[in-house]
Write a protein that binds this ligand. Structure first.
Ligand SMILES: Nc1ncnc2c1ncn2[C@@H]1O[C@H](COP(=O)(O)OP(=O)(O)O)[C@@H](O)[C@H]1O
Ligand SMILES: [Mg+2]
Length: 319
């Protein structure tokens, strides 16, 4: 099957401001060579702790951050400066974690909605009106909200607006970056249900990013686990957390709070992450791992497939 979205060796370094007297410029290695494929109609979940590079990866996928290296292919076409004109970026849209601050505070919601309809879809005023009505209906928002300003909405309403705005570009793929993390649990469920029905109605493909394992597990067909700028395990959602192959995936699965059980923390689990300006030569999880050997310190583990379409980057994968 031809993937609808593909990332090939995507890498992002951010320059670190060291002051003018520093001769050597340090770099933050935010994303360290990520390759992945997303199939049409699936939800690929991306999970990992704060700072592991999820948002940087997401922003590269939608063209908001320029990769230091690597390629992005959408429907087999390269996403780059040239493709801006062809309308390719319209196909993939980003939904932000914090919907209110992602909206211009001085614009009414109608003005916000009109931007993609005018510039990306190039619709006439009459068609824009029609589309806005349809989209607001699809995300269960009242039309009277259109004349209001972003700060007048609750978190759940604002996220519905954020989703409607992304849909106004008529995309095929949505990259949802922690779309429910800022919301109350009861509102989270409503927004997740809405996303699930929109996916069917609009024939969408999702990349769903969250640090919350329970959320990712519920919504995803496949899950990619990120650690320190890399994918360390990727595979079907049911397999990954029931039978984790990477010790970090196991740690994530075990440290997720469950009702009725005592919180258990692995004693090595609280150790700091490696220095992002000096990524280690070997495995980045080494210091926190209970299964490490000398090889892990010296050799970088590459993603390798097992027989169950799970890929794991570990020298000593769990059985
Ligand atoms: N614009 C930026 N400039 C410098 N460093 C950044 C920038 N954006 C992210 N980073 C750094 O890159 C790393 C990954 O960040 P991010 O992608 O936001 O992670 P996540 O979304 O998983 O929390 C972090 O160390 C962060 O401080
Ligand atoms: Mg983030």
């Amino acid at each position: 099957m031809q993937p609808i979205l593909e990332a090939k060796n995507l890498l992002k370094n951010f320059p670190l401001n060291m002051g003018i007297l520093e001769r050597k410029k340090a770099q933050i290695h935010a994303v360290r060579s990520v390759s992945l494929k997303v199939n049409k109609g699936e939800t690929l979940g991306i999970v990992g702790e704060s700072g592991c590079g999820k948002s940087t990866l997401a922003r590269m996928l939608v063209g908001l951050t320029e990769p230091t290296n690597g390629d992005i292919l959408i429907q087999n076409n390269k996403l780059d400066k040239k493709s801006q004109k062809s309308g390719l970026p319209r196909v993939i849209q980003y939904v932000f974690q914090d919907p209110i601050s992602s909206l211009n505070p001085r614009k009414t919601i109608r003005q916000v909605m009109n931007v993609p309809l005018t510039h990306l879809q190039k619709l006439s005023e009459k068609d824009r009106e029609k589309q806005i009505k349809q989209l607001f209906k699809a995300v269960n928002l009242q039309e009277e909200f259109l004349e209001r300003y972003p700060h007048e909405f609750s978190g759940g309403q604002a996220q519905r607006i954020g989703i409607a705005r992304a849909l106004a570009a008529n995309p095929r793929i949505l990259v949802l970056d922690e779309p429910v993390s800022a919301l109350d649990v009861s509102v989270q469920a409503q927004v997740l249900n809405l996303l699930s029905s929109l996916k069917k109605d609009f024939g969408l493909t999702y990349v769903f990013i969250s640090h919350d394992l329970a959320v990712v597990e519920t919504v995803s067909d496949r899950v990619a686990v990120m650690y320190f700028g890399e994918i360390v395990e990727i595979g079907p959602a049911q397999e990954i957390f029931i039978k984790p192959k990477h010790p970090y995936t196991k740690l994530l699965a075990e440290s997720a709070p469950k009702i009725g059980t005592k919180l258990q923390l692995n004693e090595k689990s609280n150790k700091d992450l490696p220095d992002p300006t000096h990524p280690p030569k070997g495995c980045a999880f080494f210091a926190r791992c209970n299964h490490s050997t000398d090889k892990c310190l010296d050799a970088h583990p590459e993603l390798q497939s097992d027989e169950n379409s799970v890929f794991v980057a570990c020298h000593n994968p769990l059985g």
